[in-house]
Each structure stands twice: as structure tokens, then as C-alpha cells.
Design a protein around this ligand. Structure first.
Ligand SMILES: [Zn+2]
Length: 274
């Protein structure tokens, strides 16, 4: 939902602090990157430029999306089923603009706004299985906070905590041993994590996205139903004037540092520890 755009606006650009052994996202080649997103757009608004760079550098990018975003419309004629279908197509178009094939998008399919009421053991088991199956070199997810649990809107907070719980569970064979016995999925330690939607106090890493800013804007505006006028009365396309105004607005929202567009993260290893 477009709250992601608002959140980005609130984030200040931060210094790119990196440890010696840290994998720099913008320099990765031929690795596997697993990205978790609460809704089919948060990863685009939050880290779309970084996704474009990762794809450009021949990494395998897998996007796992918790919910179907079936409630984020003010159109009185809209139904949840129709909106979920629209959001799926928009997300596929959006990720395609960043270079991610639709085969690399995994849908967990939970209802928008209801992730916190999903069966907890099943939710963490499901995500643990994805991690053990994909075995990512780097995992990206929404930030649960390093020292204090931070506030997020519903779905965002559940996705943040659940993903991290699954990172821990994936390491230990005695969590969900059926996955090894029945699916031959071995325990897996996620070596590095980058959290997005971080607070500016906790963010410790930035990726310059100047080269792919056009791609990010194109991906964001592929989410047609998330912006007026389609948000209030659905239409599948933009009129050119409104599109131009929206593109300009999106560019103005993107954090900058030293004259460059940046996306900011909190880097962590060893289960949420730097
Ligand atoms: Zn969201």
C-alpha cells in the first residue's frame, strides 16, 4: 500500500557504514537474494533501485510476498477478489520493470491486514521452508528493529517479526524436522541480512541508485491502483499528465545523500546482530 511511499519520505539518508566482511549489495554478482515483503509493493517502494541493481548484476532475486493486498482501495465498486487480481498483475509488471521475472515471485496469499491473525506456527513454518529451499546468500526484509521493537502498521510488523523468527528456525534442525524428513530440506544459516524501512537512527548502510532511478519510478508507477485517481475509481492506465506529476513526486520523495538518490538499510548478521 502506498503508506510505503510516506515511510520513505520520513527516512533520512544515512552514511554507508560497512564492515570489512560485509557483502555490498551493489557489488554482488551471481548470488541468490531472497526478499520478503508484507504487501505487493513495499519492496518496490523501499528497495526497488537495489533490486534493479541486483538483477542487472545477474543475481537471482526471489521475492516472497505475505499478503494479496486485497483491501487497499477506496473505489466503492471494487471487490476484494478483483483487487487481489489487479494487485497481482501490477506487482508482476512492477517487478518486471526491475528485471525480476514473475516466476521469481512467491505469493503466500494472506489477506491484506490480517497477517497477525494467521496461524502462527504455520506462518513461521511456511517461511522457514522458503528460506531452507532458496538458501539465500543475502536476505532482505522489513526491519523489526535492532534494540527496540519498532512500530509498524499491521502486516508490516508481523512480516518483520515472522521473517526474523523463521531465520532463526531455519538454522536449527529441530525446528520443523518434517521439512528434512519429508522434503529433504536441510537447516540453513542466513549469512547476511539487510532490513529496509529502517529508522534513520538504526540504518547503517546506503545504496546509491542514480543509475536505476528511472527503473524504480517506472516500477512504482506500475502500481497504478495505489495512486489517485485509480485508488478512488479504478482505471488500468494513467493519463499522461497525471503520470508525469506522479513521477516527479516520487523522485522528490526518494532520500538523497551528497546529491545522489539512495536507499537505506540496517545491516545485520547472526540473527539480528551486527
Ligand atoms: Zn505495505
Amino acid at each position: 500500500m502506498k503508506i510505503g511511499v510516506v515511510l520513505i519520505m520520513m527516512l533520512a539518508a544515512c552514511a554507508g557504514v560497512a564492515t570489512a566482511q560485509q557483502t555490498r549489495l551493489e557489488q554482488m554478482h551471481d548470488k541468490t537474494v531472497l526478499i520478503f515483503s508484507p504487501h505487493p509493493d513495499d519492496e518496490v517502494f523501499g528497495v526497488g533501485g537495489t533490486i534493479a541493481l541486483l538483477n542487472r548484476n545477474h543475481n537471482k532475486v526471489i521475492v516472497a510476498i505475505y499478503t494479496n493486498d486485497d483491501k487497499g482501495s477506496q473505489d466503492p465498486e471494487m471487490t476484494r477478489e478483483r483487487l487481489a487480481e489487479i494487485r497481482k498483475h501490477e506487482e508482476e509488471a512492477s517487478e518486471a520493470a526491475l528485471g525480476t521475472p514473475k516466476e521469481n515471485i512467491q505469493w503466500l496469499g494472506y489477506e491484506d491486514g490480517m497477517l497477525e491473525y494467521a496461524p502462527q506456527p504455520h506462518l513461521v513454518e511456511q517461511v522457514t521452508e522458503i528460506i531452507r529451499r532458496i538458501r539465500p546468500d543475502v536476505l532482505l526484509s522489513i526491519d523489526p528493529g535492532e534494540w527496540y521493537a519498532r512500530w509498524h502498521k499491521t502486516d508490516h510488523r508481523m512480516a518483520a517479526f515472522n521473517t526474523l523468527d523463521a531465520v532463526r528456525a531455519a538454522e536449527f534442525a529441530l525446528y520443523f524436522p518434517n521439512q528434512r524428513l519429508e522434503l529433504n530440506l536441510q537447516p540453513y544459516h542466513v549469512p547476511e541480512m539487510y532490513f529496509y524501512y529502517s529508522t534513520d537512527q538504526e540504518a547503517n548502510y546506503g545504496v546509491v541508485i542514480d543509475d536505476v532511478m528511472d527503473q524504480k519510478v517506472k516500477a512504482a508507477t506500475a502500481q497504478v491502483s495505489q495512486f489517485p485517481p485509480a485508488e478512488d475509481h479504478y482505471r488500468a492506465d494513467w493519463d499522461p499528465q497525471t503520470l508525469h506529476v506522479t513521477e516527479t513526486h516520487l523522485r522528490s520523495l526518494q532520500p538523497r545523500k551528497d546529491g545522489h538518490y539512495v536507499e537505506i538499510f540496517r545491516y545485520a548478521t547472526e540473527f539480528n546482530q551486527r
